[in-house]
Write a protein of this length. Sequence first.
Length: 346
Amino acid sequence: MGKIPKNLQNDELSEYLSSCGLTRVSQGKVRDTWRLNLDRLLVVATDRISIFDFVLNALITKKGEVLTALTHFWLTKVLGDKFSHHLVASKIDERFNAAYGLKAGRLPNLPIERCLVVKDLTGLIYIFEMIFRLFIGGSVFKKYQETSMAGGHLLPPNLPKWSKLDKPIFTPSTKEDVGHDVNVDVDYFFAEMTKTKSRAEIEAVVENLAKAYLKAYEYAESRGVLILDTKFEVAGMEIVDEILTPDSSRFALAEDWKKAMAEGRDPYFYDKQIVRDWGSKVETPFGVVGINKLNPANPEHVSFVHSLELPDEISQETTRRYLTIFKLITSCSLEDYQREEMGVEI
């Protein structure tokens, strides 16, 4: 995991939660996780942003709120009737997450617009990133161009970048504690996973996630939005972590995608691609251009990335895109959703 700049570690909230008896069990690139009791966790989404496995020395306004609200939306409004997940509903009002009850009780200063209470399924979480694609592009495209393969799937040759496939393909990757995740094929995935689980169980999980992706895709498509690819975390048969957000998925508008395919360009992405594009053009003192060419395990590389300033216009445009995709998908402003569906006092 990329090292987090000290000034972005949200010490004030950490001190508050610690003073209320909570223990932080992990600090991720974007989220901090705190233990509530034996089987419940509090997940706090920050405004931190990471690209190429580096946490930038920057905060994206409203980002943590969008990730929290959109995850809540997908799991409770679209997928919750058929797909198990780790969110815990409030006993006070089942529309809201249990974070609402915490704020009403033991944690009155809790920023519930950035918080979700979840079941603790830590020991059951799969050791691979569960990535699904309905369009061919992203990190697997270069290998596809060379071999017509993506994640171990043989695809028609010479497809233009971002072509739509007949059905979603599963293209797993490793989860590296340090350095970049590595794309693997499905045979390697099953060989590793069947060391501890049955083949039938794993196949059922993959099939279930593919169905969840398709259901979400169809929902978004009806609103003019395409989910080109997405990443899931799963514990047993339960969907965990964030889901179908601009941090874990690639969004484009259907009309722009059509124009992009005709013009031979990338679609206009409604996620953090604009930050990746900026990072890939940064001049470095290490003989390469682009943060993506650096090593997150190298302290000098990390220090250099932390010294960079993300331009204001990039930060502001990222916020705009996150808020825009939220409204397009939910047909609701962020503030209205927080008030009506999460119990946030605006």
